[in-house]
Every structure is written in C-alpha cells, then in structure tokens.
Design a protein around this ligand. Sequence first.
Ligand code: FES
Ligand SMILES: [Fe+2]
Length: 447
Amino acid sequence: MLDISTFDAAGGLLDPRIYTDEDVYQQELKEVFARSWLFLAHESQLPKRGSFVQTYMGEDPVLVVRQRDGSVKAFLNQCRHRGMRICRADEGTSKTFTCSYHGWAYDLEGNLINVPEEDRAYRHDIDKSKWGALKVPRVTNYKGLIFGTWSDDVPEFEEYLGEMAFYLDAVLDRYDGGIELVPGGMKWVIDCNWKFAAEQFASDMYHAPISHASAAIALFEDPEMQRMMSAKGAPGRQFAGNGHGSGSYWVRVFGPDPQFGPAFNAWHIAEREAIFERIGEERAHKVHAHNTIFPNFSWLGLSNTLRVWHPRGAGQIEVWAWAFVPKNAPQEVKEDIAAGSQFTFSPAGVFETDDGENWTEVQSVLRGHMARQNTFNAQMGLGYEERDTHGLPGLSNDVYSETAARGFYQRWKDLMLGTSWSEITKLDEARRAAENFGKAEKEVQSS
Ligand code: FES
Ligand SMILES: [Fe+2]
C-alpha cells in the first residue's frame, strides 16, 4: 500500500493515489470511517416512537431508530443469521424488524426477539440474547443532528467538533426552534472519490467564480454576486480545525436572494433582528457558505442543503442530500426554500452539476498511470494562517486559501496511520499553539 507516513498534508502536497488506491480505500473504512463521528440522521426524520431511517456508516448499513423512551439508537442493519439486511425499507415506522430471508425478528434496539420454528429448528437451544444486531456503541444528538461512532476512544462529539461549533451553531441556532429536513431526501451517484466532495465543501471557494460562472451570471443581477466574491469588495474567511472546514464570503445576506421566492425573502428580512439577537449580527452576516465536518458531512448555509458523501469504493460516492428549513417558519417559506435549494443544489441543480462534473473529470484523468504520479498543489495561503481574526474563532485565512483542505488531509493522515485519539488530541494542541499546520508539523516531528 501507499506509504501514508510520507504524505505531506501540512505542506499541501497531495499524492493523487489517495483517490484511486483500493488498499487506501479499505484502510479508510477501517481507520477513518470506523473511528470518526458520522452523521446518521436529523431528528425531524424520526418523529415518532418506532420511526426509523436506514443509512450508512462508511459502507456499513445502519438502522437509526427512535426508541420507546424517545431516545435514538442505531445498529448495524445486518441479520446475525446469514447477514441479510434486517430492514429493507429506507424509512418508516415499525414495532419490530423482521428479516425477510428466514424471519429472525429484532426489536427497536436491535435485540433478537423471535426465531421462527425455535422449538423444532433449534430445539430451544439458542440464546437469543447473544445474537442481537451489532449496536452502534455511541450515538449523540447535537441540537437535532444525530451522529454515531463505532469508536470507544474518539472524544465526545463537542470536543471532536471543537471550534467548528461556532460555525455549525450559526446554522442551527439561527432560527427559533432550529432546523428540520424537508421530507424526501435526494440520492444520486457520482463517479469520484469521497474526498473530492468533502474537501471542496470544507475549503474550496476558489472554484466558485470559475466553475459556476454561467449559473451565477444567469441567476444574479448584482455584478458582485455574478463574480461570486472575486470582486475586491467582497472579502471572506476560511476556518480550519480538527479536520473540519468552513468558508464564507461576506455578501448581503438579508437582501433579496434570487435563489428563493418572495415568501422567503420577505420573511427573512422580517426575521433579521431576531437572528442578530440569537447569533450576533457579525456572525449572521459572515458565517454561511460551505462547510464540512470531518469526514463526510457537509452543508451550504446560503443554499440550505445538507448532505453526506457516502463512499462507494475508491472511485464512487452516493450523495444523500436534503433541503433544510427553519422549523418554525410558515409553510410557504419552507416551500420557497425547498424549491430554491433544489434549483441550485440537487442532482439537476444549476450549481451542483458544475461540481459533480469537475469531480468525475478528475477521477477519470486519474485512470492514467502518469496522472496518478503527479503531485497536486494544495498550498494556497500556506504560511499565512491567522488566529481569531474578524471575530471568528480558530485558525483562519482568506477564503481563497486551502488551509481547511490541509487541515482535512492532516486529520485524514493522523487517522490513516492508526494514531490513537489520545495522541491525536495532543497533536491538535501542538497545532493549535502554532501559526500554521506546516510549522506545527515540523515542531511536532522534531519534539
Ligand atoms: S439471514 Fe436473516 S433470518 Fe436468515
Ligand atoms: Fe461548487
């Protein structure tokens, strides 16, 4: 396998084989996906006792279920008899789950509760308590977002989030009552490695004025918006920390937004003062655009889309995306947002299709032997990182930088090398004390 220890994430030198190598991919499932907090569901998808959704943690199918006591639990959606999916529906409400192969039945927690023909087939000699579904040991609910992990040593979710909480809360606390997902998520397949999508949402505003030029010119009248912040008058910042990334360009977020209809625009302007009160005026204006929580959960604050990049081999992803709306907004406002979100970021969205085109193209170029030996440059803004500027916590840089990309790959490398979470926590402290990832890595290596 590729020698990950020589991979220079901090220096912004990307070996393209990390996007194509099948051994690297198998190692990712084990070291990255099974050791990180992964998004499972939003609680609005689980309104009642017995409500469930099926999702994936990496490639592992998982059932996420609202319990009788109102809590949410998750377990591997794999029958212990011969490995069939216990539940084959994407979502619904149930009292039990019965495997459609031979009929073993499980309760809402994944305990095995019934085995057909138990007396004749097993002579009553099966201990059902030993053959329940594999439970996801840690599940947490962060302001309505449900995350789970197989790891017993990854820090608590709040610590894992770190300073990224400021940027996540800017969305979750923005509206009275938080957010909910519009029923009916969208799912589609893109032939690219999962890291292209996750890294771009963490870090890349640089592509927007080029890749999205035609859509922006068609959609926006304001020349500044058409250039998608390439104008000097539209600054922005990027945040990096704990492998997560967030980028914002500072636009007039309370003016008429042509992505959405008149109902949303009128409501949003009327809500302005209340939003300022909840999250602060600066934050309400500044913290919006693109975001990734490591490894594969992303959202766009300006287009109200939230998604997971489920990996499907080294060269493919399944995108699962939902429009999110303020929970307490009037129905017509929610419908406006859902339509606007779908228009911009959905399988046929005017911006979304530009992004997928880039990722599949890069992936197909990497079929070439020479193309895979050619180092990629992720050095934008290297050495120009700052801390706690513009009222924004954490390590930041111009939004035109790849600080968050380097941070993303640094966390990826830490995990891929099998580094324990307690060691990663120490490394993070050293990195936080330094000005940039490159300098921090040198100090960490020489200490
Ligand atoms: S595989 Fe589920 S009952 Fe046999
Ligand atoms: Fe994009």
